[in-house]
Design a binder for this molecule. Structure first.
Ligand SMILES: *[C@@H]1O[C@H](CO)[C@@H](O)[C@H](O)[C@H]1NC(C)=O
Ligand SMILES: *[C@@H]1O[C@H](CO)[C@@H](O)[C@H](O)[C@H]1NC(C)=O
Ligand SMILES: *[C@@H]1O[C@H](CO)[C@@H](O)[C@H](O)[C@H]1NC(C)=O
Ligand SMILES: *[C@@H]1O[C@H](CO)[C@@H](O)[C@H](O)[C@H]1NC(C)=O
Ligand SMILES: *[C@@H]1O[C@H](CO)[C@@H](O)[C@H](O)[C@H]1NC(C)=O
Ligand SMILES: *[C@@H]1O[C@H](CO)[C@@H](O)[C@H](O)[C@H]1NC(C)=O
Length: 741
C-alpha cells in the first residue's frame, strides 16, 4: 500500500515535469549522387546504369529535444537504397565543420544521429562499405559517399537552425496512425504463412497497413511530417536509368510540393522505411513474363521458375513504372496527410534519450526458451540468387561468374570456398551459396559488427535503428518486444508507438522470423546471421530499452568495425574526353521543342551535351540556387527567369552516348503535371561540363550551356488534357502516353 501511494506521488510529480513540451527542428538537402554510366544500387543488375535524373534525391532530417540545452535525437531519412557507416562518419565530420566553433556541434554524434535509407532502387550505388554490396558497382563510386555525407550534414544543420528558430514558439508534436490498404502487398506469402496461425490471426493481413505518422506544427503551420510505412522502393524497375526517389521520394515530393504551393516552402515530409523486407509496391501482383498470366499463388513462380514471375505496380498498363511510382507515392502521401489534418495524439513527456551499441552479430548467445543458441558468421543462401517477384539478383549468382565484370571473378574463385561444417550446421536449413563471413578478400564481404540504435522521444514514441531489411512479422515481433519493456518500465505510455527505422546506419541484408527462415525464401536466404538473427536483435534491443531505467542492463557500447575504406577498390573507369557531335558545338540544340504547347503536353528538346559524370557545369543554375543539369526558363519582360529545374517531378534529363565521345541529352517537361504553369513563353536550358585531356597540362573541364528556341504554353482548351502526347519539333504527337489528367 505504501509503495502504491509513493508510486502515485512520483507519478504525479512526473506528470508535472512532463508538461514541458517537446520541440523539433526539420531540414532537408540534396543528396543526388554522381550520374552517368554508374551502376544503380538495389536490383544488383549489371547494366542498370544511371544516365539522368527524373527527380532529385534528398536527405530529410528531424531533430527532437525537450529544450535547447537537453539531449537530442536526430532521425534522418535518406533517398538511398542502403546506408554506409563510412558515409555516416563523413557526414558527422562535415556537420561538425559546418558548426565551426559553435559549441552546439557537441549535441550531434554517431550515437544520436540515425540515418535510415528509404531503400529506393534508382540511385547510383558504390557507397556501401562491404564487398558484396560493391560487386555490381565495380567497387566504390567516387563521389557517391560524399553526396550522401554532405547532404546529410546540410539537412541536419538546417534542422538545427530550424530547432533554434522555433524553440520559443509553441511546438506541437503529435502522433497518429496512417492507413493505406492499396500501397503494398506481401511478396513472399508462402514464407509469411509459415508463421504460427495464432500470431497471423492477431493481424489479419500479411503486411502492415497502419503506420506511425509524427507531425510537427507551430500553432496552425505544419512544419514537418515523419512517417514509417513499410514498402519496398521498387516501383521503378531495373530497366530505369534515371535517378528517382521511387515511391517514397515521390510521396515526399508531392506532400512538400503541395505545401510549397500553399505558401509553406520550408515544410519537410519524410516517408521513412520500416519493416518492408517482404513488402512490394507491385500491388497488381505477380505475372509470368512469358504468358502474362498470374503467377502460381503460393509459390510466386511460373511453372516452378521464380525468375519468370515479376510483379506489376498499379500503373503498369496505363503509364508504366512512372505512373506506378506516382500512385504508390500519392497513396502514402494522402494517408500521412489525413493524420496531419486529424486530431492525432499529442506527444507528451519530455525525456529525449538514446542508446547506441556496436555489436558483433555473428557472436550473440541467444536465449531461446532457456537454451543458449549462437548466431552464425554471415552467409547468403541459394534463394538469394533466385531473387523475388521484384526482380532477380542473378548477376551475383554463380551464373554470372563469366560476365565481363572483373569483380565477379572474385566470386568465381571464392564461391568455391566451402563453408566449414560448423557454419553449415549453424545456418541450417539454409543451403549456403556464399559463406560471406569467411570471405575477407579484398575486404569483408558482409558486416559482422553492427550499429544498433534506439531513441525515445517523450512518452509516446521510440525509434529503433535497425541496420537491415526486416520482414513484416519480424518487425512486429521486434516492435512489440521493445514496447512491452518500455511500457513496463514506465518510460513509454501504454498507447505509445515503437517505429522500426529499417536499413539504418549500415546494411546487413535481411531479417526474417525463425519460421520464415525454415522456408528459405529470398528474404530468409539473405538473413545472414542464421535462424536466430531476429531473436538476437530482439534480445539486444530489449536490453537497450531496459537500460533507460536500469543502467546495468546496458549493451556495452562496443567499438565500430574496422574502417577499411582506405583499401576500397574502385574499378569505375573515368570519362576519357567529351567531343560535340560532328558539325555541332556543345550546347547546340539538335531537336527544338514544339512552338506552341498546351498544359498536358510533354514537350521535349535535345542538346549536344557532355558526360554528366563531369558535373552539371553550373552548380547553382537550379531553383533556389540548387544544382541542375537543365532548367525551364520563363520569359518575364526581357529576362529569362528559372521556372523549373531537374529536381522536380515534371522534368527529366537523360544523357545518351553518340558515337565514341559525343553526347546527346534529351530534356522533357510534362507541362503542368505537379506545378501549375501560367500562360506565357518558355524555353529549355542545358548545363554541363566538357572534359578535355591536354598533353602536359592534364584534364581541363569547361562549363557548357545551351538554350532552346522559345515556345508558348497556353491552357488546355478543354481543360481535359487532350494533348497527352510527347511533342517534339514537328508538333506531331508521337508516343501516346497517359499523363496526369
Ligand atoms: C519495367 O517497366 C516498364 C514499364 O514502365 C515495362 O515496359 C518493362 O517491361 C518493365 N521491365 C521489367 C523487367 O519488369
Ligand atoms: C488507395 O487508397 C487511397 C487512400 O485510402 C485512396 O485515396 C485511393 O482512392 C485508393 N486508390 C485505389 C485505386 O484504390
Ligand atoms: C565476431 O565474432 C565472430 C564469431 O565469434 C568472430 O569470428 C569474429 O572474429 C568477430 N568479428 C570481429 C570483427 O570481432
Ligand atoms: C515490380 O515490378 C517490376 C516490373 O514491372 C519489377 O522490375 C520490379 O522489380 C518490381 N517492382 C516493381 C514495383 O516493379
Ligand atoms: C564459364 O566459362 C567457362 C570457360 O569458358 C565454362 O567452362 C563454364 O561452364 C562457364 N560457366 C558458366 C557458369 O557459364
Ligand atoms: C574512414 O576512413 C576514411 C578514409 O579512408 C575517412 O575519410 C573516414 O572519415 C573514416 N571514417 C570513420 C567513421 O572513421
Amino acid at each position: 500500500m505504501f509503495r502504491l501511494i509513493l508510486a502515485t506521488i512520483v507519478a504525479s510529480c512526473w506528470m508535472a515535469v512532463s508538461s514541458a513540451q517537446l520541440i523539433a527542428g526539420v531540414g532537408s538537402a540534396d543528396i543526388t549522387p554522381p550520374i552517368g554510366e554508374l551502376n544503380m544500387m538495389g536490383y544488383a543488375a549489371l547494366g542498370q546504369d544511371s544516365r539522368g535524373i527524373h527527380f532529385r534525391l534528398k536527405a530529410r532530417a528531424f531533430i527532437f529535444a525537450s529544450s535547447l540545452t537537453s539531449p537530442r535525437f536526430v532521425y534522418v531519412s535518406t533517398d538511398t537504397a542502403a546506408m554506409s557507416l563510412v558515409a555516416k562518419g563523413m557526414a558527422i565530420t562535415a556537420l561538425h565543420s559546418m558548426f565551426g566553433s559553435d559549441p552546439a556541434a557537441s549535441y550531434y554524434s554517431d550515437e544520436n544521429i540515425l540515418l535510415s535509407a528509404t531503400h529506393g532502387h534508382s540511385g547510383t550505388g558504390g557507397y556501401n562499405d562491404d564487398f558484396l554490396y560493391q560487386v555490381t558497382s565495380f567497387g566504390v563510386i567516387p563521389g557517391s559517399r560524399e553526396a550522401i555525407a554532405n547532404g546529410v550534414a546540410a539537412a541536419i544543420y538546417a534542422a538545427h537552425h530550424d530547432l533554434v528558430q522555433n524553440a520559443g514558439s509553441p511546438n506541437t508534436l503529435a502522433i497518429g496512425q496512417g492507413f493505406c490498404d492499396n500501397c503494398s502487398i506481401n511478396r513472399s506469402p508462402f514464407a509469411y504463412n509459415n508463421n504460427p496461425a495464432a500470431e497471423r490471426a492477431k493481424y489479419g493481413v500479411d503486411h502492415d497497413q497502419y503506420f506511425p505518422v509524427v507531425t510537427v506544427k507551430n500553432s496552425a503551420r505544419l512544419r514537418g511530417v515523419a512517417s514509417w510505412m513499410p514498402v519496398h522502393g521498387t516501383s521503378m524497375n531495373e530497366t530505369n536509368e534515371l535517378v528517382s526517389g521511387d515511391n517514397k521520394g515521390a510521396a515526399s515530393y508531392f506532400f512538400e510540393n503541395d505545401q510549397r504551393k500553399a505558401g509553406n516552402p520550408s515544410f519537410v515530409a519524410a516517408f521513412g522505411q520500416s519493416n518492408a523486407g517482404d513488402v512490394s509496391p507491385n500491388t497488381s501482383g505477380g505475372r509470368c513474363t512469358d504468358t502474362g498470366a498470374p503467377c502460381d499463388g503460393t509459390a510466386s513462380s511460373c511453372g516452378g521458375k521464380y525468375q519468370k514471375c515479376i510483379a506489376r505496380g498499379p500503373g503498369y498498363e496505363e503509364g508504366g513504372m512512372r505512373l506506378s511510382t506516382k500512385l504508390i507515392g500519392t497513396y502514402q502521401y494522402h494517408a500521412a496527410k489525413a493524420v496531419a489534418e486529424s486530431s492525432a495524439t499529442p506527444m507528451t513527456g519530455s525525456r529525449v534519450d538514446f542508446r547506441h551499441a556496436y555489436v558483433n552479430m555473428s557472436n550473440v548467445q541467444v536465449n531461446v526458451d532457456g537454451q543458449m543458441i549462437k548466431t552464425c558468421l554471415p552467409s547468403m543462401g541459394s534463394s538469394f540468387a533466385a531473387g523475388t517477384i521484384d526482380g532477380t539478383a542473378t548477376s551475383l549468382s554463380a551464373q554470372g561468374a563469366n560476365s565481363s565484370n572483373p569483380f565477379l571473378s572474385f566470386i568465381r574463385d571464392l564461391i568455391l570456398t566451402t563453408p566449414t561444417p560448423e557454419l553449415t550446421a549453424c545456418q541450417l536449413p539454409k543451403p549456403i551459396l556464399l559463406p560471406t563471413g569467411m570471405l575477407n578478400v579484398p575486404y569483408p564481404w558482409q558486416p559482422q559488427i553492427l550499429p544498433l540504435q534506439l531513441g525515445i522521444i517523450g512518452s509516446k514514441l521510440a525509434i529503433i535503428g535497425l541496420p537491415a531489411e526486416i520482414t513484416t512479422m519480424a518487425g512486429r515481433r521486434l516492435r512489440e518486444a521493445v514496447l512491452n519493456v518500455l511500457v513496463a518500465d514506465g518510460v513509454l505510455d501504454k498507447d505509445a508507438t515503437v517505429a522500426v527505422a529499417g536499413l539504418s546506419n549500415t546494411y546487413a541484408s535481411y531479417t526474417s522470423t525463425f519460421e520464415e527462415y525454415e522456408i528459405q525464401s529470398y528474404e530468409a536466404a539473405s538473413t545472414i546471421y542464421g535462424p536466430r538473427t531476429l531473436d538476437a536483435y530482439i534480445q539486444l534491443f530489449t536490453q537497450m530499452a531496459h537500460s533507460f531505467t536500469d543502467p546495468s542492463a546496458a549493451v556495452p557500447k562496443g567499438t565500430p568495425p574496422v574502417n577499411h575504406s582506405a583499401k576500397d577498390l574502385s574499378l569505375v573507369t573515368p570519362v576519357v574526353l567529351d567531343a560535340p557531335p560532328i558539325g555541332k558545338k556543345f550546347g547546340d540544340v539538335t531537336a527544338q521543342p514544339i512552338a506552341a504547347a498546351v498544359v498536358g503536353d510533354v514537350v521535349t528538346a535535345q542538346f549536344a551535351c557532355a558526360h554528366p559524370r563531369n558535373g552539371d557545369g553550373n552548380h547553382n543554375a537550379g531553383l533556389n540556387g540548387g544544382p541542375s543539369f537543365m532548367t525551364v526558363e520563363q520569359l518575364q519582360g526581357n529576362n529569362w527567369v528559372t521556372f523549373l529545374d531537374d529536381s522536380v517531378w515534371d522534368t527529366t534529363y537523360a544523357w545518351y552516348r553518340d558515337g565514341v565521345a559525343a553526347s546527346l541529352c534529351n530534356v522533357e517537361w510534362w507541362v503542368g503535371e505537379t506545378i501549375p504553369v501560367p500562360s506565357g513563353t518558355y524555353r529549355f536550358r542545358l548545363y554541363g561540363m566538357a572534359k578535355a585531356s591536354v598533353p602536359i597540362v592534364g584534364d581541363i573541364f569547361t562549363p557548357i550551356s545551351g538554350a532552346s528556341n522559345s515556345f508558348t504554353v497556353s491552357p488546355s482548351k478543354t481543360g481535359n488534357c487532350p494533348n497527352n502526347r510527347r511533342r517534339g519539333a514537328s508538333g506531331a504527337p508521337t508516343t501516346p502516353i497517359k499523363t496526369f489528367c
